[in-house]
Design a protein around this ligand. Sequence first.
Ligand code: ADE
Length: 272
Amino acid sequence: MHFYVMTLFPELIEKGMHTGVLYKAMEAGILSLDTFHIRDYTIEKHKRVDDYTYGGGAGMLIQAQPVYDTYQAVLKRLSCAEGKKPRVVYATPQGSVFDQAKAEELAKEEDLIFLCGHYEGIDERVLEEIVTDNISIGDYVLTGGELPALVMMDAISRLIPGVLNNDESATTESFNDGLLEYPQYTRPEEWRGKKVPEILLSGHHGNVEKWRLEQSLERTRERRPDLYEKYMEQHPPVPEKKKRRKKKKKTTEENMPDGAAQVSGEDAGNDA
Ligand code: ADE
């Protein structure tokens, strides 16, 4: 996965991505990051990139020209197949809200471009020209798009094969299923009078799995009733088993001596 970020604060993006597993993945060549400083592409002699809004109103807007020229510079660097229009994600509180499904969708791309706004936003005309996805990370307003871009890149990166080790990727699956994680414990067995649930010490794998699912369901119901409802719609409770039917009379085949039925079955199979 190749990330390209158009921003007025490239150092923030670089710092955010050069930590922990993401840094390791970049070192290993699984991820790459190129930042493009929008200010480097302005033709304004004082290097300004913003101006007043037409029609009045508070605040300044980033102009179309520096953003468009930054985009052209990104296109020249792009690794994706020629002719294929790259996805350009604009981090904006006016976008659709980012979630795990969106992260999975974006993780399939080879190249992803992020555009980070500041001030009161960016001239609409260049957004119309280059943006493919308007995405918000939640219903609150931040001072710029860098933190949202980092949040999205983090969530996307951990889905790229090789970025996480196998133990960690299991965590994704549990959220993919639409439920929150069950509570987890490590040593010591007792801390400040609180004991690790007995069942986790039992070594009985089946019971542990059952307990974890119950805990996940309970936690999701309590903390995220919206997710719980969705999960229950997709996994309706299995109705109680119907009474067993009366034992069938043995068929001729079942009455055959050992081995004979198998031979006869094989013959039948040839006809199918
Ligand atoms: N820029 C400012 N606030 C934002 C948000 N909530 N999501 C994405 N980008 C933003």
